[in-house]
Design a binder for this molecule. Structure first.
Ligand SMILES: CSC[C@H]1O[C@H](OP(=O)(O)O)[C@H](O)[C@@H]1O
Length: 355
Protein backbone atom coordinates (compact mmCIF):
# COMPACT_ATOMS: atom_id res chain seq x y z
CA UNK A 1 0.00 0.00 0.00
CA UNK A 2 1.84 3.08 -1.28
CA UNK A 3 1.96 5.72 1.43
CA UNK A 4 3.91 8.53 -0.15
CA UNK A 5 1.56 11.46 -0.62
CA UNK A 6 1.47 14.41 1.74
CA UNK A 7 -1.64 13.77 3.85
CA UNK A 8 -2.43 17.44 4.29
CA UNK A 9 -3.72 18.97 7.50
CA UNK A 10 -7.44 18.15 7.69
CA UNK A 11 -8.18 15.44 10.30
CA UNK A 12 -11.85 15.45 11.37
CA UNK A 13 -11.54 12.96 14.26
CA UNK A 14 -8.59 13.27 16.66
CA UNK A 15 -7.94 11.60 20.05
CA UNK A 16 -6.80 14.26 22.55
CA UNK A 17 -5.70 12.38 25.70
CA UNK A 18 -9.06 11.81 27.36
CA UNK A 19 -11.52 13.02 24.73
CA UNK A 20 -12.11 13.12 21.00
CA UNK A 21 -11.90 16.39 19.13
CA UNK A 22 -14.15 16.61 16.08
CA UNK A 23 -14.10 19.29 13.42
CA UNK A 24 -17.70 20.50 13.68
CA UNK A 25 -18.68 20.08 10.03
CA UNK A 26 -22.04 21.75 10.58
CA UNK A 27 -20.16 25.02 11.22
CA UNK A 28 -17.98 24.96 8.06
CA UNK A 29 -17.15 26.89 6.00
CA UNK A 30 -18.01 29.97 8.08
CA UNK A 31 -16.44 28.69 11.31
CA UNK A 32 -13.65 26.18 11.90
CA UNK A 33 -14.61 24.84 15.35
CA UNK A 34 -13.35 21.81 17.27
CA UNK A 35 -15.95 20.07 19.39
CA UNK A 36 -14.84 18.07 22.46
CA UNK A 37 -16.56 14.70 22.77
CA UNK A 38 -16.13 13.08 26.20
CA UNK A 39 -18.82 10.38 26.28
CA UNK A 40 -20.18 7.68 23.99
CA UNK A 41 -23.59 9.36 24.06
CA UNK A 42 -22.07 12.63 22.88
CA UNK A 43 -20.35 10.76 20.03
CA UNK A 44 -23.63 9.12 19.03
CA UNK A 45 -25.26 12.55 18.90
CA UNK A 46 -22.34 13.96 16.89
CA UNK A 47 -22.74 11.21 14.28
CA UNK A 48 -26.54 11.49 14.16
CA UNK A 49 -26.45 15.29 13.76
CA UNK A 50 -23.61 15.13 11.20
CA UNK A 51 -21.07 17.09 13.22
CA UNK A 52 -18.95 14.24 11.91
CA UNK A 53 -20.09 12.59 8.66
CA UNK A 54 -18.80 10.60 5.76
CA UNK A 55 -18.64 6.82 5.80
CA UNK A 56 -15.02 6.23 6.91
CA UNK A 57 -15.09 9.21 9.30
CA UNK A 58 -18.26 7.83 10.88
CA UNK A 59 -16.48 4.50 11.39
CA UNK A 60 -13.46 6.15 12.99
CA UNK A 61 -15.73 8.29 15.18
CA UNK A 62 -17.70 5.23 16.29
CA UNK A 63 -14.46 3.42 17.13
CA UNK A 64 -13.45 6.25 19.46
CA UNK A 65 -17.03 6.32 20.76
CA UNK A 66 -16.47 2.72 21.85
CA UNK A 67 -13.26 3.82 23.61
CA UNK A 68 -15.11 6.56 25.48
CA UNK A 69 -17.88 4.14 26.37
CA UNK A 70 -15.41 1.56 27.66
CA UNK A 71 -13.94 4.17 29.97
CA UNK A 72 -17.38 4.93 31.41
CA UNK A 73 -17.70 1.42 32.87
CA UNK A 74 -17.69 1.60 36.68
CA UNK A 75 -17.84 -2.13 37.51
CA UNK A 76 -14.94 -4.50 38.02
CA UNK A 77 -15.99 -7.69 36.28
CA UNK A 78 -15.29 -8.69 32.68
CA UNK A 79 -18.82 -9.93 31.95
CA UNK A 80 -20.29 -6.66 33.12
CA UNK A 81 -17.72 -4.76 31.05
CA UNK A 82 -18.49 -6.70 27.86
CA UNK A 83 -22.25 -6.31 28.43
CA UNK A 84 -21.70 -2.57 28.92
CA UNK A 85 -19.65 -2.44 25.69
CA UNK A 86 -22.44 -4.16 23.78
CA UNK A 87 -24.84 -1.47 25.02
CA UNK A 88 -22.45 1.22 23.80
CA UNK A 89 -22.20 -0.56 20.43
CA UNK A 90 -25.99 -0.74 20.18
CA UNK A 91 -26.32 2.99 20.83
CA UNK A 92 -23.72 3.83 18.17
CA UNK A 93 -25.23 1.40 15.64
CA UNK A 94 -28.55 3.25 15.83
CA UNK A 95 -27.08 6.59 14.73
CA UNK A 96 -27.13 6.20 10.93
CA UNK A 97 -28.12 3.09 8.91
CA UNK A 98 -26.43 3.35 5.50
CA UNK A 99 -22.65 3.75 5.90
CA UNK A 100 -21.42 0.21 6.51
CA UNK A 101 -18.11 1.53 7.90
CA UNK A 102 -19.97 2.36 11.12
CA UNK A 103 -20.87 -1.29 11.69
CA UNK A 104 -17.50 -2.54 10.43
CA UNK A 105 -15.64 -0.35 12.94
CA UNK A 106 -17.93 -1.26 15.86
CA UNK A 107 -17.55 -4.97 15.10
CA UNK A 108 -13.75 -4.56 14.91
CA UNK A 109 -13.75 -2.83 18.31
CA UNK A 110 -15.94 -5.54 19.86
CA UNK A 111 -13.52 -8.11 18.46
CA UNK A 112 -10.62 -6.26 20.06
CA UNK A 113 -12.34 -6.57 23.44
CA UNK A 114 -12.36 -10.38 23.29
CA UNK A 115 -9.10 -10.92 25.18
CA UNK A 116 -9.77 -13.50 27.92
CA UNK A 117 -6.69 -12.83 30.02
CA UNK A 118 -6.53 -9.03 29.84
CA UNK A 119 -7.48 -6.89 32.82
CA UNK A 120 -10.19 -4.25 32.32
CA UNK A 121 -7.52 -1.57 32.26
CA UNK A 122 -5.58 -3.50 29.61
CA UNK A 123 -8.76 -3.92 27.58
CA UNK A 124 -9.49 -0.20 27.72
CA UNK A 125 -5.96 0.58 26.55
CA UNK A 126 -6.17 -2.02 23.78
CA UNK A 127 -9.46 -0.51 22.59
CA UNK A 128 -7.82 2.90 22.37
CA UNK A 129 -4.90 1.47 20.40
CA UNK A 130 -7.32 -0.32 18.07
CA UNK A 131 -9.27 2.88 17.37
CA UNK A 132 -6.01 4.73 16.71
CA UNK A 133 -4.96 1.94 14.32
CA UNK A 134 -8.29 2.20 12.47
CA UNK A 135 -7.73 5.93 12.05
CA UNK A 136 -4.11 5.58 10.95
CA UNK A 137 -4.97 2.78 8.50
CA UNK A 138 -7.78 4.87 7.02
CA UNK A 139 -5.42 7.71 6.12
CA UNK A 140 -2.98 5.24 4.54
CA UNK A 141 -5.89 3.59 2.71
CA UNK A 142 -7.00 6.95 1.32
CA UNK A 143 -3.48 7.67 0.08
CA UNK A 144 -3.39 4.29 -1.69
CA UNK A 145 -6.85 4.98 -3.17
CA UNK A 146 -5.50 8.27 -4.47
CA UNK A 147 -2.54 6.58 -6.14
CA UNK A 148 -4.66 3.77 -7.59
CA UNK A 149 -7.25 6.27 -8.81
CA UNK A 150 -4.57 8.29 -10.59
CA UNK A 151 -3.63 5.21 -12.61
CA UNK A 152 -7.12 4.83 -14.13
CA UNK A 153 -8.00 8.47 -14.83
CA UNK A 154 -8.24 9.29 -18.55
CA UNK A 155 -4.83 9.80 -20.16
CA UNK A 156 -5.40 13.17 -21.82
CA UNK A 157 -2.81 15.62 -23.15
CA UNK A 158 -4.66 18.35 -21.29
CA UNK A 159 -5.07 18.49 -17.53
CA UNK A 160 -8.18 16.79 -16.20
CA UNK A 161 -11.49 18.26 -15.16
CA UNK A 162 -13.04 16.01 -12.55
CA UNK A 163 -16.60 16.21 -11.26
CA UNK A 164 -17.47 15.02 -7.79
CA UNK A 165 -20.67 14.85 -5.74
CA UNK A 166 -21.10 15.56 -2.04
CA UNK A 167 -17.91 15.42 0.05
CA UNK A 168 -15.71 12.37 -0.01
CA UNK A 169 -12.70 14.29 1.18
CA UNK A 170 -10.47 14.44 4.21
CA UNK A 171 -13.52 15.54 6.20
CA UNK A 172 -15.34 12.31 5.28
CA UNK A 173 -12.44 10.07 6.30
CA UNK A 174 -9.64 10.02 8.87
CA UNK A 175 -7.77 12.28 6.47
CA UNK A 176 -6.87 12.80 2.78
CA UNK A 177 -10.19 11.50 1.45
CA UNK A 178 -11.36 8.92 -1.04
CA UNK A 179 -12.78 10.69 -4.09
CA UNK A 180 -10.86 13.81 -3.05
CA UNK A 181 -7.90 11.54 -2.39
CA UNK A 182 -7.91 10.84 -6.12
CA UNK A 183 -8.28 14.58 -6.73
CA UNK A 184 -5.33 15.32 -4.40
CA UNK A 185 -3.18 12.69 -6.13
CA UNK A 186 -4.02 14.13 -9.57
CA UNK A 187 -3.29 17.65 -8.32
CA UNK A 188 0.05 16.60 -6.81
CA UNK A 189 0.95 14.85 -10.09
CA UNK A 190 0.20 18.03 -12.07
CA UNK A 191 -2.62 16.28 -13.95
CA UNK A 192 -5.61 18.22 -12.66
CA UNK A 193 -7.02 21.42 -14.13
CA UNK A 194 -9.96 21.76 -11.72
CA UNK A 195 -12.67 20.10 -9.72
CA UNK A 196 -16.34 20.62 -10.50
CA UNK A 197 -18.15 20.16 -7.20
CA UNK A 198 -21.89 19.54 -7.04
CA UNK A 199 -23.39 21.63 -4.24
CA UNK A 200 -25.31 18.51 -3.14
CA UNK A 201 -28.59 19.51 -1.64
CA UNK A 202 -30.07 19.30 0.87
CA UNK A 203 -27.08 19.34 3.26
CA UNK A 204 -24.79 21.07 0.73
CA UNK A 205 -21.67 19.04 1.54
CA UNK A 206 -20.22 19.98 -1.85
CA UNK A 207 -20.76 23.70 -1.43
CA UNK A 208 -19.73 23.81 2.22
CA UNK A 209 -17.14 21.04 2.57
CA UNK A 210 -15.63 19.99 -0.78
CA UNK A 211 -15.26 23.61 -1.87
CA UNK A 212 -13.68 24.42 1.51
CA UNK A 213 -11.16 21.57 1.25
CA UNK A 214 -10.17 22.58 -2.29
CA UNK A 215 -9.76 26.24 -1.36
CA UNK A 216 -7.68 25.29 1.69
CA UNK A 217 -5.21 23.52 -0.61
CA UNK A 218 -5.34 25.86 -3.60
CA UNK A 219 -7.06 23.31 -5.84
CA UNK A 220 -9.17 25.16 -8.44
CA UNK A 221 -12.82 24.35 -7.83
CA UNK A 222 -16.01 25.33 -9.62
CA UNK A 223 -19.24 24.93 -7.69
CA UNK A 224 -22.24 23.60 -9.59
CA UNK A 225 -25.89 23.58 -8.63
CA UNK A 226 -27.12 19.98 -8.63
CA UNK A 227 -29.03 20.60 -11.85
CA UNK A 228 -25.92 21.43 -13.89
CA UNK A 229 -23.88 18.21 -14.12
CA UNK A 230 -25.51 16.84 -17.28
CA UNK A 231 -25.25 20.21 -19.03
CA UNK A 232 -21.53 20.45 -18.22
CA UNK A 233 -21.00 16.92 -19.54
CA UNK A 234 -22.93 17.74 -22.72
CA UNK A 235 -20.69 20.82 -23.16
CA UNK A 236 -17.53 18.68 -22.91
CA UNK A 237 -16.45 20.29 -19.62
CA UNK A 238 -15.96 17.05 -17.65
CA UNK A 239 -13.36 14.33 -18.30
CA UNK A 240 -14.34 11.95 -15.49
CA UNK A 241 -16.49 11.64 -12.39
CA UNK A 242 -15.11 10.41 -9.05
CA UNK A 243 -17.42 9.97 -6.06
CA UNK A 244 -17.27 8.31 -2.65
CA UNK A 245 -19.48 5.56 -1.27
CA UNK A 246 -21.32 4.63 1.88
CA UNK A 247 -21.97 0.99 1.15
CA UNK A 248 -21.02 -1.19 -1.82
CA UNK A 249 -22.72 -4.54 -2.51
CA UNK A 250 -20.70 -7.49 -3.80
CA UNK A 251 -22.03 -6.95 -7.34
CA UNK A 252 -20.71 -3.36 -7.27
CA UNK A 253 -24.06 -1.59 -6.75
CA UNK A 254 -23.10 1.48 -4.70
CA UNK A 255 -25.00 3.59 -2.19
CA UNK A 256 -23.79 7.16 -2.04
CA UNK A 257 -25.21 10.62 -1.42
CA UNK A 258 -28.58 11.29 -3.00
CA UNK A 259 -28.08 12.57 -6.53
CA UNK A 260 -25.14 10.29 -7.32
CA UNK A 261 -27.37 8.00 -9.40
CA UNK A 262 -28.47 10.96 -11.55
CA UNK A 263 -24.84 11.96 -12.12
CA UNK A 264 -23.98 8.37 -13.09
CA UNK A 265 -26.84 8.26 -15.62
CA UNK A 266 -25.66 11.50 -17.20
CA UNK A 267 -22.06 10.25 -17.32
CA UNK A 268 -23.20 7.06 -19.05
CA UNK A 269 -25.20 9.06 -21.57
CA UNK A 270 -22.11 11.10 -22.40
CA UNK A 271 -19.63 8.19 -22.27
CA UNK A 272 -17.74 9.80 -19.39
CA UNK A 273 -15.90 7.45 -16.99
CA UNK A 274 -17.68 7.23 -13.61
CA UNK A 275 -15.53 5.99 -10.71
CA UNK A 276 -16.38 5.11 -7.14
CA UNK A 277 -13.52 5.57 -4.68
CA UNK A 278 -13.85 3.65 -1.42
CA UNK A 279 -11.89 1.53 1.06
CA UNK A 280 -12.58 -2.18 1.47
CA UNK A 281 -14.32 -1.28 4.75
CA UNK A 282 -17.13 0.23 2.65
CA UNK A 283 -17.80 -3.06 0.85
CA UNK A 284 -20.57 -5.02 2.53
CA UNK A 285 -19.64 -8.68 1.98
CA UNK A 286 -22.99 -9.74 3.41
CA UNK A 287 -25.11 -8.33 0.57
CA UNK A 288 -25.27 -9.40 -3.05
CA UNK A 289 -26.93 -6.33 -4.58
CA UNK A 290 -27.80 -2.72 -3.79
CA UNK A 291 -31.43 -3.67 -3.23
CA UNK A 292 -30.42 -4.76 0.27
CA UNK A 293 -28.81 -1.45 1.27
CA UNK A 294 -30.84 0.48 3.90
CA UNK A 295 -31.40 4.07 2.80
CA UNK A 296 -31.45 6.66 5.57
CA UNK A 297 -34.32 9.14 5.52
CA UNK A 298 -33.65 12.37 7.34
CA UNK A 299 -35.78 15.18 8.75
CA UNK A 300 -37.73 17.23 6.16
CA UNK A 301 -36.35 20.42 7.66
CA UNK A 302 -33.14 19.71 5.72
CA UNK A 303 -35.20 20.29 2.56
CA UNK A 304 -37.61 23.05 3.52
CA UNK A 305 -35.09 25.22 5.34
CA UNK A 306 -32.06 26.88 3.76
CA UNK A 307 -30.01 28.67 6.39
CA UNK A 308 -32.64 30.19 8.63
CA UNK A 309 -35.27 30.62 5.93
CA UNK A 310 -38.13 28.29 5.18
CA UNK A 311 -38.48 27.94 1.40
CA UNK A 312 -41.83 26.18 1.17
CA UNK A 313 -45.37 27.01 2.25
CA UNK A 314 -47.05 24.99 4.95
CA UNK A 315 -49.12 22.05 3.78
CA UNK A 316 -46.32 20.44 1.71
CA UNK A 317 -45.29 16.81 2.15
CA UNK A 318 -41.59 15.82 1.99
CA UNK A 319 -39.39 12.87 1.12
CA UNK A 320 -35.75 13.15 2.21
CA UNK A 321 -33.67 10.05 1.35
CA UNK A 322 -30.03 10.83 2.18
CA UNK A 323 -28.64 8.28 -0.29
CA UNK A 324 -29.42 6.52 -3.54
CA UNK A 325 -28.01 3.38 -5.16
CA UNK A 326 -26.04 3.56 -8.40
CA UNK A 327 -26.31 0.20 -10.21
CA UNK A 328 -23.06 -1.50 -11.15
CA UNK A 329 -23.62 -1.14 -14.92
CA UNK A 330 -23.16 2.63 -14.58
CA UNK A 331 -19.82 2.32 -12.75
CA UNK A 332 -16.58 2.23 -14.75
CA UNK A 333 -14.42 1.15 -11.83
CA UNK A 334 -14.31 0.86 -8.07
CA UNK A 335 -11.07 2.35 -6.76
CA UNK A 336 -9.86 0.71 -3.56
CA UNK A 337 -6.58 0.60 -1.65
CA UNK A 338 -5.88 -2.80 -3.20
CA UNK A 339 -6.52 -1.78 -6.77
CA UNK A 340 -9.26 -0.76 -9.19
CA UNK A 341 -11.96 -3.32 -9.94
CA UNK A 342 -14.67 -3.45 -12.57
CA UNK A 343 -17.90 -4.09 -10.65
CA UNK A 344 -18.21 -7.58 -12.14
CA UNK A 345 -14.75 -8.45 -10.79
CA UNK A 346 -15.20 -6.93 -7.33
CA UNK A 347 -16.29 -9.96 -5.32
CA UNK A 348 -13.54 -12.18 -6.69
CA UNK A 349 -10.98 -9.36 -6.69
CA UNK A 350 -11.25 -8.46 -3.04
CA UNK A 351 -11.66 -12.07 -2.04
CA UNK A 352 -8.57 -13.13 -4.00
CA UNK A 353 -6.45 -10.10 -3.13
CA UNK A 354 -7.56 -9.79 0.50
CA UNK A 355 -6.72 -13.44 0.98
C1 LIG B 1 -15.79 9.04 1.85
S1 LIG B 1 -17.40 8.49 1.88
C2 LIG B 1 -18.30 9.97 2.03
C3 LIG B 1 -19.74 9.80 1.69
O1 LIG B 1 -20.56 10.03 2.85
C4 LIG B 1 -21.40 11.13 2.56
O2 LIG B 1 -22.64 11.07 3.19
P1 LIG B 1 -22.92 11.98 4.52
O3 LIG B 1 -22.32 13.33 4.26
O4 LIG B 1 -24.44 11.98 4.64
O5 LIG B 1 -22.26 11.22 5.64
C5 LIG B 1 -21.55 11.06 1.06
O6 LIG B 1 -22.41 10.00 0.68
C6 LIG B 1 -20.14 10.80 0.66
O7 LIG B 1 -19.91 10.33 -0.63
Amino acid sequence: MAVTANVGSIFPVVWAGDRVQLIDQTRLPEQYELKDITTAAEMATAIRTMIVRGAPAIGVAAAFGMVLGAREYRGSDREGFLAHLENVASELRQTRPTAVNLFWAIDRMLGAAQQPTATLEELQQHLLETAQTIAREDVQTCQAIGENGLSVLPKTPEKLRLLTHCNAGALATAGYGTALGVVRAAWAAGRLERVYADETRPRLQGAKLTAWECVQEGIPVTLLADTMAAHCMQRGMIDAVVVGADRIALNGDTANKIGTYSVALAAKAHNIPFFVAAPLSTIDRKIATGAEIPIEERHPQEIYQVGFSRITPAGVDFYNPAFDVTPAYLISGIITELGVFAPADLAQGIGAVAG
